[in-house]
Design a protein around this ligand. Structure first.
Ligand SMILES: Nc1ncnc2c1ncn2[C@@H]1O[C@H](COP(=O)(O)OP(=O)(O)OP(=O)(O)O)[C@@H](O)[C@H]1O
Ligand SMILES: [Mg+2]
Length: 95
């Protein structure tokens, strides 16, 4: 939902699942224009929301905190980096 919300209508959201280095990997790459570097380490914090102009839709800032909680409860990791026309979230879980 984040990726769709932050990508222009003529942009692309790409979701890929594969196995890499003995881990299941799921990536979500979007066309959001990039997340400000200062915000990147904070997007998984409870109640963190980016600047209002960059965060349409009135969310609660909980989605990624919940995602991180679920992934880590399964001994996995979740991260994000800017890539191409947007950002790329990566989830890794033990097979
Ligand atoms: N794909 C993305 N592109 C750009 N910014 C993002 C993206 N995903 C998250 N963010 C930034 O991280 C913030 C936190 O995301 P998160 O999903 O936790 O909360 P939310 O989407 O604001 O609200 P909720 O998920 O609770 O409805 C967002 O408000 C936004 O600023
Ligand atoms: Mg969200």
């Amino acid at each position: 939902m984040n990726a769709i919300r932050h990508t222009p209508g003529d942009g692309t959201v790409e979701i890929v699942g594969d196995v890499d280095g003995g881990e299941v990997r799921v990536t979500v790459a979007d066309g959001c224009g990039g997340i400000p570097e200062d915000d990147l380490p904070r997007v998984f914090d409870v109640a963190f929301r980016g600047e209002a102009a960059r965060s349409p839709g009135g969310g609660a800032g909980l989605g990624l905190a919940i995602a991180r909680g679920i992934v880590e409860a399964h001994a996995g990791r979740i991260g994000v980096a800017n890539a191409g026309p947007g950002c790329r979230f990566e989830i890794r879980l033990p097979v």
